[in-house]
Design a protein around this ligand. Structure first.
Ligand code: P1T
Length: 377
């Protein structure tokens, strides 16, 4: 079956008991046992819940993986992957990544003796030379948050497998509609389902997909042992979002492409970061690795921080808020919002400048979006 059909069917067959066409919300903490140890596959909802199972199967199918696991947030999913490591292990991460992931690596893992090196993944030589005896994980976002850099997954996977290092890819920005990292050699895919998979800015969630039985067993153990599971309602909301992922992503991309082209020509704008633009340095790679460019873009406005403040205060349709991937357009100021936990000197080194603005382009009418930007600029 094709993507659009799997998004609606996989994991979501009509309920066997009642015929309900939509997966029921199994709002229960526990399940009756007929006799000690004799049950219908469920004992306790932290360990397993039918609504969560439906979501786990659906996400696994969309990513082309064998196993899916759902979590209470994207960060809970990332923490579960970090749980594969032990004190003394080393992580290599792409240098442009969500501020919360950086915070987890630096403020939670480093004190436990798990060190992370950040490398510019444009330069695969620097990845190879960062590898140590104790490197246990390579962590990649692509496209990256907030600079929309695209990482060559095939080449990174080649290096990772040569050194038997697990490669985890955060696929939140692209969604499986536009990119499936397992096809390019990743071992693990991570999502903040809060974003495009949920799609309506109404729930927080995360997911992991892998085709490795060993990784799945360890991650499943981690999910149950640490217990950062989503409730059935939240699983249901993400499942509902997933049904329309394909139609939404097409609209997000169409609108983002038009907004990027508009901003690219605007005299108030210095740089537009969107891999869909023909003059973007990642355009060729994105076309090879992805089926589309997504709905996220960033740009730099002339006039520094005062211009940023003026611009965001004038917007009427783009809402100033963290997060992304919902149907509504959002604007974010990474240096003080999503990437505030990255030290200023490091932000500067990475190119997260004081005039950087990030847009999550929604699926409103494109003319309204362009008018909002035009008026505010
Ligand atoms: O917020 P949560 O569901 O825990 O997901 C964390 C996360 C993981 N990975 C990426 C690439 C992300 O962008 C995020 C969350 N990001 C935002 C809230 C944001 O506005 O960028």
């Amino acid at each position: 079956m094709r993507f659009e059909t799997r998004a609606i069917r996989d994991g979501q067959e009509p309920d066997e008991l009642t015929g309900a066409v939509t997966v029921p919300v199994y709002q229960t903490s526990t399940f009756k046992q007929e006799a000690i140890g004799k049950h219908k596959g469920y004992e306790y909802s932290r360990t397993g819940n039918p609504t969560r199972k439906a979501l786990e199967e659906a996400v696994a199918s969309l990513e082309g993986g064998k196993y899916g696991l759902a979590f209470a947030s994207g960060m809970a999913a990332t923490s579960a992957v970090a749980g594969l490591l032990k004190t003394g292990d080393h992580i290599i991460a792409g240098d442009d990544l969500y501020g919360g992931t950086y915070r987890l690596f630096e403020k939670a893992l480093r004190p436990l003796g798990i060190e992370t090196s950040y490398v510019d993944l444009d330069d695969l030589g620097s990845l190879a030379s960062a590898i140590r005896q104790n490197t246990g994980l390579i962590w990649v976002e692509t496209p990256t948050n907030p600079l929309l850099k695209v990482v060559d997954l095939k080449n990174v996977a080649h290096i990772a497998s040569k050194h038997t290092i697990t490669l985890a890819v955060d696929n939140t920005f692209a969604s499986p509609y536009f990119q499936r990292p397992l096809e390019h050699g990743a071992d693990i895919v991570v999502h903040s389902t809060t974003k495009y998979l949920g799609g309506h800015s109404d729930t927080i969630g995360g997911a992991i997909v892998t085709s490795s039985k060993d990784l799945f067993k360890t991650l499943k153990f981690q999910q149950n042992a640490a217990g950062a599971v989503p409730g059935p309602w939240d699983c249901w909301l993400v499942l509902r979002g997933i049904k329309t992922l394909a139609v939404r992503m097409k609209e997000h991309q169409m609108n983002a492409m038009a907004v990027a082209a508009y901003l690219n020509e605007h005299p108030m704008i210095e740089n537009v970061y969107y891999p869909g633009l023909a003059d973007n340095k990642y355009n060729e790679l994105a076309k090879k690795q992805m089926d589309g460019f997504g709905g996220m873009l960033s740009f730099e406005i002339k006039g520094g921080f005062p211009a940023v403040e003026r611009f965001v205060s004038r917007l009427k349709i783009f809402t100033l808020a963290e997060s992304l991937g919902g149907v509504e357009s959002l604007v974010c100021y990474p240096p003080k919002m999503t990437h505030g936990s990255i030290p200023p000197e490091q932000r500067k080194r990475l190119g997260i400048n004081d005039n950087l603005i990030r847009l999550s382009v929604g699926i409103e009418h494109i003319d309204d979006l362009i008018e909002d930007l035009a008026r505010s600029l």
